[in-house]
Design a protein around this ligand. Structure first.
Ligand SMILES: Nc1ncnc2c1ncn2[C@@H]1O[C@H](COP(=O)(O)OP(=O)(O)OP(=O)(O)O)[C@@H](O)[C@H]1O
Length: 234
């Protein structure tokens, strides 16, 4: 069994007025690729945000390599090696593509050259400003910027949402390559369940703040009945 990188231990968490996650436990191992699935509003983004300290914890613990994350201020969590690509993308509009990338560079395994191999469009747009990019290019830049942190864990929150099919294909190729490195753990939140299951080894399905399925992605992909029951997709 590989080492536990991240553990949710019976957590309850949410926002000021609402508790969304209820007594949820999940262990994520080093090098694992995990699809986090579920219908709209079941708490997927809330779970990801809880890793980064952006929710209110009401019980339980989140542990990073066995140590309680509550002891690490939210703004220091990226420094542990956690790359977060939120749905909002948070591109700096008045910085160039290259400058956006250099804001997070830590001199690790993900160099600009390696980023350019993964996303040739990023190289082509190197001198464009953040606000001169298409939605797909912004998404690539947001992922590339998280990689420049040299993360041990990469959190991708609906990276394919609203993008043209040609861009989706490019991102799927890039995510496949990222998952294949084996030294980075990837958690992929996705509405496109079939795509996410094809990209990952393990799948977790949530419903109303709880985990209702944990198993192999390939097995779930082949089981239309189970997919229909869990997510409404056969
Ligand atoms: N900042 C917030 N304050 C209060 N409630 C919130 C906040 N963000 C989300 N919620 C609520 O928490 C619940 C879970 O939302 P969340 O975004 O985690 O779901 P999700 O599974 O990621 O859904 P989606 O696929 O639509 O993004 C929803 O009922 C949502 O309305």
């Amino acid at each position: 069994m590989s080492t536990a990188l991240l553990e949710f231990d019976r957590i309850s968490a949410g926002y000021d007025r609402a508790t969304i996650l209820e007594n949820l436990s999940l262990t994520v191992h080093e090098g694992e690729s995990l699809a986090l699935l579920g219908r709209n509003g079941v708490g997927k983004t809330t779970l990801i945000s809880t890793i980064m300290g952006a929710t209110v914890m009401r019980g339980g613990a989140v542990r990073w390599r066995g140590a309680d994350l509550a002891r690490v201020a939210p703004h220091r969590r990226a420094g542990l090696g956690i790359g977060w690509v939120a749905q909002e993308r948070w591109i700096f509009p008045s910085l160039t593509v290259k400058e956006n990338l250099l804001t997070t560079a830590r001199g690790g395994a993900w160099t600009l050259d390696r980023i350019h191999q993964l996303f040739p469009r990023i190289k082509e747009r190197e001198h464009n400003l953040g606000n001169q990019l298409s939605g797909g290019e912004q998404q690539m830049l947001a992922i590339a910027r998280a990689l420049m942190l040299d993360p041990k864990l990469l959190l991708l929150d609906e990276p394919l949402e609203g993008l043209a099919p040609v861009i989706v294909d490019e991102l799927v190729s890039a995510i496949t390559a990222m998952c294949a490195t084996g030294d980075m753990t990837v958690i992929l939140v996705e509405q496109h369940a079939h795509v996410a299951l094809g990209l990952t080894k393990k799948a977790v399905v949530m419903d109303r703040g709880r985990i209702v399925f944990e198993g192999d992605s390939a097995g779930l992909l082949d089981d239309d009945g189970q997919l229909e029951r869990l997510i409404g997709l056969g």
